[in-house]
Ligand binder design. Sequence first.
Ligand code: ZN
Length: 409
Amino acid sequence: MRTPKRLYAQQRLIYQPELLTCPHCGDLLVMCNYLAWNKTVQTLGGVLSVASRPGRCPHETCAGSRLRLLSAAAQRIALPHATYGYDVLVRIGWWRSQHHATYREMHAELASHVRISVAHVSYLYQQVSLPLLACHERQHRDRLAQIAKAQGGLILALDGLAPEGGEPQLWFMRERTSGLTLRSGWLSQQDHTTFEAFLQPLTQLEWPILAVLSDKQTGLMPAVTKVLPKSRYQFCQAHYLRHLAEPLAEADSACKVDLRKAVRQQVGDVIRNEPRATPAPIGVLTVTGLLPSPIGPPPAPLAREAQSPPPSASPAATGPEADEIVTSLFRHTRYLLTLKGRPPFRLAGLETYERLDHVARVRLALVAERYAPRLAQLSQGLQSALSPCAATSQALQQGAAWLRDIAYI
Ligand SMILES: [Zn+2]
């Protein structure tokens, strides 16, 4: 058996209750001579050794003498019995829900801050972060009651998420007006009986369920009809819209292909030629084995690159710094050539056109400022690649606007 490596705390914190006086008699509290809890907590900012010393009322006859008052600030660092800070949980939940990061990706990101395994990242997300979110939703019962009163009942959407590598499916039901999650859970199988059990608690609600929306999963519809016989039923509108959008999506996809080809023809050589500041063996990925290579700094996450617009050059940028800006612009351009669509509303061709157009304009400003010949080449190349697609992109824009109007109706 392997002994786990010890974690060395960078800081030792012993918390005392914020309350100074007894809530019953008002006399000053005394500190107990033991610690209520004492543990090592890994946070994104470092390893902490945290403990909490309780306080109590000194008068034996007072009800306050039986209380053990703890620090609220200490409870905000980590959950009871947990050794990862809330900040780690929040980071995991955020990456998962906002960037759809996989457990491996999250692990790679976290590994530089805390000691954790991929399996534990998955555990923290599923067993801690999601239940905490569910508790948060519970606080919105009043809001749900208001909506139910205003509408005369609730309208629910039911959906499941495709699992990651053979995990059970994650299913949830949401109230349509507010988006609040009423129930969510993993279903190990998707059949009539399972759906029925998942839906059953809806009958305990004091409000009627007016309608249910879902996809056409086998077994789901009979389960809904059985549990909620009075509710109306409707299939997911996104499916209708996706069928409607088919011709548009086809045209968009063709435009994307043309656009990528044109851009690669015009500036392919330029954007592939990245300036390399360090002579590091960039193609080598192996870092372990009998002869491990030293581990470099972690690569910048893709999601961040995808999100942020290309950084603008500061006038002071010279030499390697300017190279770094040029490199990140090239990288961003290459990323834009890999955008994927998701009809009906996300059209990759149109998006590629609009974002490349934006990049070409940003570059023009940089060219004027820095007279960098590589950027001038790139900017002109991009513009020549984009101009034949201008008319198509306008037509696509019109189509996308129609589709939004149809969706609105
Ligand atoms: Zn007291």
